[in-house]
Design a protein around this ligand. Structure first.
Ligand SMILES: Cc1ncc(COP(=O)(O)O)c(C=O)c1O
Length: 405
């Protein structure tokens, strides 16, 4: 082919490859998306990077993280120091961070992982413990319906050399779990027991930030009982992507290797790490105001007569509107058809750093209006709450496939 023909062919291919994904209306679309996020109670994972976060992140270093990325290394070292561990590893997601932690702890089956039956690691990671680590999972129901106790653990854990069973090698806890705070004294009791049995302790601390912010307990103290902890930047803290796994130097060295094996070795991660650093500096301090807004939502719901099935200990509140004659789909459909729509999704309401107080007021007004309409149509609420104050540990989603984030 002569060079002119070659250049024309290249140019046609370049025309095919070229794409402009930033539409002419992108700025106004984004403003609308930010408004929608401010009125969505679905999850805190939907929080969008702010312009200030992006402005900070664009200054990040430009290394390749499989070799060495300076701002990412600085973030890993910072989170390790903050949590009292020797080393940290930046990962693309919380699920990968949890699964790599398990894979790093677990060497040779048979073995089992004991966790809460509601935990993300068990319910929402696509059976990852079985797939990646060949581990059986002992999904344990907390007898108090709030958090696992040492007694629960002792009752369900597998110890010994009976060939019928898979001995427990990891106890994996989650804090917060469904927005509730795991009492630290119970964690210490469980970890003392785990240590005495040579078991490892892993924490899914996707939202451990909320515990630190709410209870004013240093992260180092919260993480101390654990051999490994996974912390997320992309949920309550509002960064776009990323989690950090922390543990001993040796543990993280192996986890880094497994991250590559899992296909999670990333390249120019500086922009992501800097977004996470921004989130730590500027969004973490805002969590107490988020929790206060969640408590305001809970108080408003109680005021209307809605049953609270799990209290707003941090950023989530779970409710059951059936005592008012309402179901979840009625609420979510009415909320979606408001002039200024609100998104709700089943029994879980999540308040986040971009939720506005107006969104909370509007949701409460809507539920009040729907309840008044039911009452006017003759619905009489039952006299006693069905749960007698015992929290329900399963939350219901309205007419959607099961899912969680
Ligand atoms: C408690 C908990 N752990 C882990 C994850 C997984 O995080 P990711 O969605 O980044 O994989 C989530 C997701 O929301 C979560 O809520």
């Amino acid at each position: 082919m002569d060079s002119q023909v070659l250049n024309e062919a290249r140019s046609r291919i370049a025309d095919d490859v070229r794409i402009d994904i930033i539409g002419k209306t992108q700025h106004t679309d984004n403003d609308r998306a930010r408004l929608e996020i401010s009125r969505s109670f679905v999850s805190d994972t939907i929080t969008a990077p702010s312009r200030e976060m992006y402005a900070y992140a664009i200054n990040a270093s430009l290394g390749d993280d499989v070799y060495h990325e300076p701002t990412t290394a600085a973030l890993e070292a910072h989170v390790a120091r903050l949590t009292g561990k020797e080393a940290g590893l930046f990962l693309p997601s919380g699920a990968m961070s949890n699964q790599i932690a398990l894979r790093t702890h677990l060497k040779q089956p048979p073995y089992s992982v004991l966790c809460d039956h509601r935990s993300h690691i068990y319910k929402y990671e696509a059976g990852g413990a079985a797939f990646h680590s060949g581990a059986a999972t002992i999904a344990t129901i907390p007898s108090n319906r709030h958090h696992l106790t040492l007694k629960d653990v002792k009752e369900h854990v597998v110890i010994g050399s009976d060939v019928h069973f898979a001995p427990t090698e990891v106890i994996a806890l989650e804090n917060t779990l469904n927005g509730t705070i795991f009492p630290q004294d119970e964690i210490l009791a469980i970890s003392g027991f785990a240590q005495s049995q040579g078991m490892k302790m892993h924490l899914d601390g996707a939202r451990i930030w909320h515990v630190a912010a709410e209870t004013a307990t240093p992260l180092k103290d919260l993480c101390e009982p654990f051999d490994s902890v996974s912390l997320c930047f992309s949920k309550g803290l509002g960064a776009p992507v990323g989690s950090c796994l922390v543990g001993s130097r040796e543990f993280i060295q192996k986890a880094r290797w497994l991250r590559k094996l899992f296909g999670g070795g990333m390249r120019q991660t500086g922009i992501l790490s800097a977004s996470a650093a921004y989130a730590l500096s500027f969004n973490f301090p805002r969590l107490p105001e988020v929790h206060a807004l969640a408590r305001k939502l809970e108080a408003g719901l109680r005021g209307i007569g809605v049953e609270i099935t799990s209290e707003a200990e941090t950023c989530m509140v779970f409710f059951d509107p059936s005592r008012l004659g309402l179901d979840f789909s009625e609420i979510s459909e009415s909320a979606a058809s408001l002039e200024n729509p609100i998104k709700v999704y089943g029994s879980r309401l999540v308040v986040h750093i971009q939720t506005t107080p107006e969104a909370v007021d509007d949701l409460l007004s809507l539920i009040k209006k729907l309840a008044d309409e039911k009452a006017a149509a003759g619905f009489v609420p039952p006299s006693k709450p069905e749960t007698n104050g015992v929290p329900k540990d399963v939350y219901v989603r309205a007419g959607v496939k099961p899912g969680k984030s």
